[in-house]
Write a protein that binds this ligand. Structure first.
Ligand code: ADP
Length: 476
């Protein structure tokens, strides 16, 4: 047995025996020590032995604790603080227990670190999934709005910001009545949220006022089912149908305008033919007059059908555009030859201010001729007798553009009608009595210049003073 084991027994043994003797007769012990009496000498000796053993144990403990400290330092230096070598004495079990404690703590720390790492990975995945979902929602053209059970906004995409006037950056967790300025829409979202059926799905048409115009939306509202089947919020998707509604309205207007415009000359032709059949034109002069009207109306009908077809062919991109280098000046000259007789009939003076013919543009000759002829024809049509029409071509060498301008001293156009001049079948109410027409000429010219040749149309007019119509194209 090692000395420290002996000391484990000796120290407490001697101390207990010494203390027992002292307690039995303290005076005798002291006297015994002084007089060397037998009984008291034994007690005193034991006490001295106990004190000596205590001193020795102090020395041993100091040595052991230094040894332990050295082993602990060595274990820490080796990166294994939990593996302190246990001494072969009373401290051994304590060190072993501490080692076990350290090992368990190390295991817990390792598990906690692994869990933290796992949580970090999960957080990263969740963050990237959230960013992906946000990017997907933002890339949707339709406005998307998601509210929670408390009628607060939890998702609003960029389209929702634009279409519904929501400040997307500050909308998160905002009550809908604060984020939306449209009480009807707020009511709609609340209705679906409060609905008993969590799977409630409603499709409604809703108009949203933006600036000075109404936008029409097809809104699909779906309840979000909560864990107990209750409604936990609403997903609302807003599909803008403004353009579709406009196109549908324009189609309807177009069909009714076309049928109306076709019916007028047809009715006139039919009436004169019936009168001829019924023998109502008794003399040759009246018959010739009727034939002329029938011919004029059928020419008008043909022109109307041609214009409708040309416009729809250009608009649908079906027409073949044969672009060749041509001089707008030469095209104007050709059109003037056709218009001159009509102008002469009304004593309208025609002034020409034309650039030399060597300036050319890439264009379809027939189409460009048709555009210039239409503008010249209108200028003569809407200018009273004795007026004047000025045709000019101008070149901007720097911008490489060429302008064609047709100005007249005619009836002019009220400012309120200017924005609609190029709409199909639009005719200025105030000028309807001045000349007959179909309201398709300017629409065709605009399609030829802007859709087919990527040019630009322009118009300036003052009622009672005259108008200037024109276009510009790239030089080649
Ligand atoms: P229309 O067959 O009626 O002439 P357009 O499309 O050519 O059809 O013109 C549309 C309308 O624009 C005309 O009805 C007319 O009121 C007006 N307009 C066109 N050109 C002129 C012009 N030079 N002066 C005055 N009004 C014009």
């Amino acid at each position: 047995m090692r000395i420290d084991r002996w000391l484990d027994i000796l120290i407490p043994g001697c101390c207990i025996a010494g203390i027992a003797c002292v307690m039995a007769d303290p005076a005798a012990v002291i006297t015994g020590l002084l007089n060397a009496s037998t009984l008291t000498l034994v007690g005193g000796s034991l006490l001295l032995l106990g004190a000596t053993a205590g001193l020795m144990s102090y020395v041993v403990i100091r040595r052991q604790s230094r040894l332990l400290a050295e082993r602990a330092n060595a274990a820490i230096a080796a990166g294994k603080p939990q593996y302190i070598e246990a001494p072969q004495n009373a401290l051994g079990p304590l060190v072993l227990a501490l080692n076990d404690g350290f090992a368990a703590a190390e295991k817990d720390v390792a598990t906690a670190l692994a869990q933290a790492k796992e949580l970090q990975v999960q957080l990263k995945v969740a963050t990237s999934q959230r960013q992906q979902a946000q990017a997907i929602i933002n890339s949707i053209n339709d406005a998307v709005l998601v509210t929670d059970a408390f009628n607060e906004i939890i998702v609003a995409n960029e389209a929702a910001g634009k279409s519904l006037g929501i400040d997307v950056a500050t909308s998160h967790r905002k009550p809908i009545d604060q984020a939306l300025s449209d009480p009807a829409l707020v009511g709609l979202l609340r209705d679906v949220r409060n609905s008993r059926a969590a799977h409630e799905r409603r499709v409604v048409e809703h108009k949203v006022r933006r600036g000075n115009r109404d936008n029409t939306f097809k809104v699909t509202l779906s309840g979000i089912p909560g864990p107990n089947g209750e409604s936990a919020g609403v997903v609302a998707v807003f599909h803008d149908t403004t353009r579709e509604s406009e196109v549908a309205r324009m189609k309807n207007d177009f069909v009714s305008s076309v049928s109306h415009e076709l019916r007028t000359p047809l009715a006139s032709i039919r009436a004169y033919v019936e009168m001829l059949i019924d023998g109502e034109a008794s003399d040759e002069k009246t018959r010739a007059e009727f034939y002329e009207i029938i011919q004029a109306e059928s020419v008008r009908l043909g022109r109307l059908i041609d214009n409708i077809l040309n416009i729809s062919r250009i608009e649908s991109g079906l027409v073949e555009i044969k672009r060749v280098p041509i001089s707008p000046t030469l095209i104007v000259k050709q059109a003037l030859e056709v218009i001159a007789p009509q102008a002469k009939l009304k004593s309208i003076r025609i002034d020409e201010r034309l650039e030399p013919a060597f300036y050319q543009t890439l264009a379809d000759k027939d189409m460009l001729y048709q555009a210039v002829l239409n503008l010249l024809s209108n200028a003569v049509k809407y200018t009273p007798e004795g007026g004047s029409v000025t045709v000019s071509t101008g070149v901007d060498e720097v911008a490489r553009r060429m302008k064609v301008r047709v100005s007249d001293t005619g009836v002019g156009i009220p400012a309120k009608d200017l924005p609609f001049l190029f709409d199909k079948f639009f005719r200025v109410e105030a000028n309807k009595t001045v000349a007959k027409g179909t309201g398709l000429g300017l629409s065709l010219v605009k399609n030829i210049i802007e859709t087919a040749h990527k040019g630009r149309m322009f118009v300036q007019s003052e009622q009672g003073k005259g108008s200037t119509f024109g276009f510009e194209l790239d030089l080649c």
